[in-house]
Design a protein around this ligand. Structure first.
Ligand code: SF4
Length: 370
């Protein structure tokens, strides 16, 4: 039960009052939350929303990551993962290799395949259609969450197709939902530095709006702790919330702390702290009150902090992520994949009830898949 007491940072008082009255927080409230030192008070407000939405449930997934190529035309400064074609370490999976990797993971009991990759000029839409079809042929129930808004925009351009047609064909092939990557920070002055060739924030929102219109649910991300300002974070959250009011198509918001190692971005921010991470997650939970889920990816945050976030607004700690390559290329020190037992234990030891689910939050009985 959320209580407003004398110890609460006075700037958080209106935020708490609105939470109790079921009213949205203002942009001024968001700024107050991002600047407060009272993370206990802020956490109580975030936890109020988290409990309202999910009670004591906390979600995790059992999945594999498929990063089909690391060759990318954009070579964003923020990216430690991409290569030019012909570089040492550049790769691109054939459809047979993809099928064999997914088959192998399916035999180990995954529920979902999470697919993202670079913008490779030789990979046309038929490659992706066939990829999804082959995955579905391995096991029809495998849920496919695939391709960022940046990839969809690229598929439309290099195949000379309308975005709607790209979505339609990939839905036919088995697409289930979209991850939320590529959003970074919408503010153009920061995008120009960290990802100058990447689509604008406006275009990212347009692609997501189209996906939502076609019945697809998506995530939304925000990359923080590089050179962004507090106002740019507030702007980012505000634009996500505005689209959500229009489409209700975002199921999950995923803040992503920036890992600078092996990238060309020199961060202007002091090194990340747990305190700063908590402020971002709790603020997002309160401000994005109409986005149902908040994901604290253990792979980005580390297991301990992801677990702690369950008490500060998060209700999902991510999935097992067999074969993840992107965030580890940028120096994340978490284990390359977590076992299901380990994720359940993290949740239980934080006092929550673990629920295994796919990206659409359809729950899966672990016993049935054992
Ligand atoms: S962040 Fe994405 S778009 Fe940018 S270079 Fe890396 S893979 Fe390509």
């Amino acid at each position: 039960m959320l209580r407003i007491d004398a110890m609460l940072d006075p700037r958080l008082r209106p935020v708490a009052e609105k939470a109790l009255a079921g009213e949205p927080a203002s942009t001024e409230d968001a700024r107050a939350m991002l600047e407060t030192d009272d993370i206990v008070g802020l956490g109580a407000i975030a936890n109020h929303h988290r409990r309202r939405l999910h009670g004591d449930r906390a979600y995790y997934g059992v999945n594999m990551n498929l990063n089909y190529t690391n060759v990318c035309e954009l070579r964003c400064p923020l990216c430690a993962y991409s290569k030019d074609a012909g570089d040492e370490g550049a790769y691109r999976y054939t459809l047979d290799e993809i099928e064999s990797r997914v088959r192998d993971a399916a035999e180990r009991g995954i529920d979902e395949v999470h697919i993202v990759g670079g913008l490779h000029p030789e990979l046309k839409l038929d490659y992706f259609e066939e990829m999804l079809r082959r995955i579905k042929r391995i096991r029809r129930e495998l849920f496919i969450v695939a391709f960022t808004a940046v990839e969809y925009d690229y598929f439309a351009r290099i195949n000379g197709l309308a975005l709607e047609e790209v979505f339609r064909r990939l839905i036919d092939a088995g697409l289930g939902a979209l991850p939320g990557g590529g959003a970074e920070i919408f503010a153009p002055e920061t995008r120009r530095v960290i990802a100058p060739k990447k689509m604008s924030g406006e275009r990212w929102l347009e692609v997501m709006e189209t996906a939502h219109r076609m019945g697809l649910k998506t995530n939304a991300t925000m990359l923080y702790n590089h050179i962004e300002t507090t106002d740019q974070i507030v702007d980012h959250l505000t634009r996500i919330r505005a689209l959500q009011e229009k489409t209700a198509g975002f199921k999950t918001f995923v803040p992503l702390p920036f890992h600078a190692e092996n990238t060309a971005v020199r961060t202007a921010r002091p090194p990340r702290t747990g305190f700063g991470d908590v402020r971002i997650y709790a603020t997002a939970r309160v401000f994005l009150h109409t986005v149902p889920h908040l994901k604290a990816l253990w792979m980005y945050l580390g297991e301990r902090l992801a677990q702690t976030m369950l008490a500060f607004g998060a209700d999902d700690i991510g999935a097992t992520y067999h074969h993840e390559r992107v965030v580890h290329a940028a120096g994340a020190t978490s284990a390359a994949s977590g076992s299901e037992a380990r994720l359940r234990r993290l949740i239980e030891r934080a006092g929550f009830v673990p629920v295994r689910a796919n990206a659409a939050y359809e729950t899966i009985d672990p016993e049935a898949r054992a």
